[in-house]
Design a protein around this ligand. Structure first.
Ligand code: IPE
Ligand code: IPE
Ligand code: MG
Length: 236
């Protein structure tokens, strides 16, 4: 008998291995990124099919700006293309689109496209697609801390009011549940700053597959693995 699948409400994926996928094929890294974007479309569809409610992906970290300029430029073009070309599809499929991260470092064109897509999809409730762009877990925690300090300084709250709920309300993910399952493709077993606050009780899965090869079958394997986990949350 097939094992019963426990469907995670929220899956987060560290999209990794685009460069290695391309290198293995003797292609430039940029081809890996283009194919990673295609795999992302498949992954959104597969998540919806399995009944996952939220997909969060790590698309660009605060550290990724240190890559060669040509690669950063290529990725920026890919994002802009994605934001404009996919917007119709996201709206048709009633997908809420949210950027996690500091938008201000992107070009005005990209920032506008991000804001427009967020605003055009803000009322959809069935499925949320978060993309972490210029995201860093440390940066997010520092941002929350500064905002809370400002609220204390302005007399809006007192120090004793600060609790986990208030802290969470200042994170990019403020109105969302934490990830149940975090997948990092390509075999690397680290977070690279992804959702540091939100991952406290997430389950982790590290498949070898490079992200451009990720598909529905791979997602199913990850969900099967998740289904075997016993989440105790500190209890017995
Ligand atoms: C993930 O693939 C995409 C981004 C970080 C933007 P990589 O580009 O990190 O691919 P590898 O890890 O070098 O293979
Ligand atoms: C993490 O991947 C960031 C994203 C997937 C966007 P990296 O490839 O940048 O991380 P490291 O350098 O291997 O830790
Ligand atoms: Mg990488």
């Amino acid at each position: 008998m097939e094992q019963e699948l426990k469907i995670p409400n929220h899956i987060a994926i560290i999209l990794d291995g685009n460069g290695r996928w391309a290198k293995k094929k003797g292609l430039p890294r940029t081809v890996g990124h283009t194919n990673g974007a295609k795999a992302l479309q498949r992954t959104i569809e597969a998540c919806k099919k399995f009944g996952v409610k939220t997909l969060t992906v790590y698309g660009f970290s605060t550290e990724n700006w240190s890559r060669p300029k040509e690669e950063v430029d290529f990725l920026m073009n890919l994002f802009l293309n994605y934001l404009t070309k996919q917007s119709k599809k996201l709206i048709e499929n009633k997908i809420r689109f949210v950027v996690l991260g500091d938008k201000s470092r992107f070009s005005p064109e990209i920032q506008n496209a991000m804001k427009k897509l967020e605003s055009d999809t803000k009322d959809f409730t069935e499925f949320t697609f978060n993309v972490a762009l210029n995201y860093g877990g440390h940066a997010e925690i520092v941002k929350a801390t500064k905002e809370i300090a400002q609220d204390v300084k302005d007399g809006k709250i007192s120090i004793d009011d600060i609790d986990e709920k208030i802290f969470e309300s200042h994170l990019y993910t403020h109105d969302q549940l934490p990830p149940d399952l975090i997948i990092r493709t390509s075999g690397e077993q680290r977070l690279s700053g992804f959702l540091l606050w939100q991952c406290s009780y997430s389950e982790f899965y590290f498949p070898q597959v490079h992200f451009p090869d990720f598909n529905e079958e791979q997602l199913k394997i990850a969900i099967q693995e998740y289904s075997k986990r016993d989440r105790r949350y500190g209890k017995v």
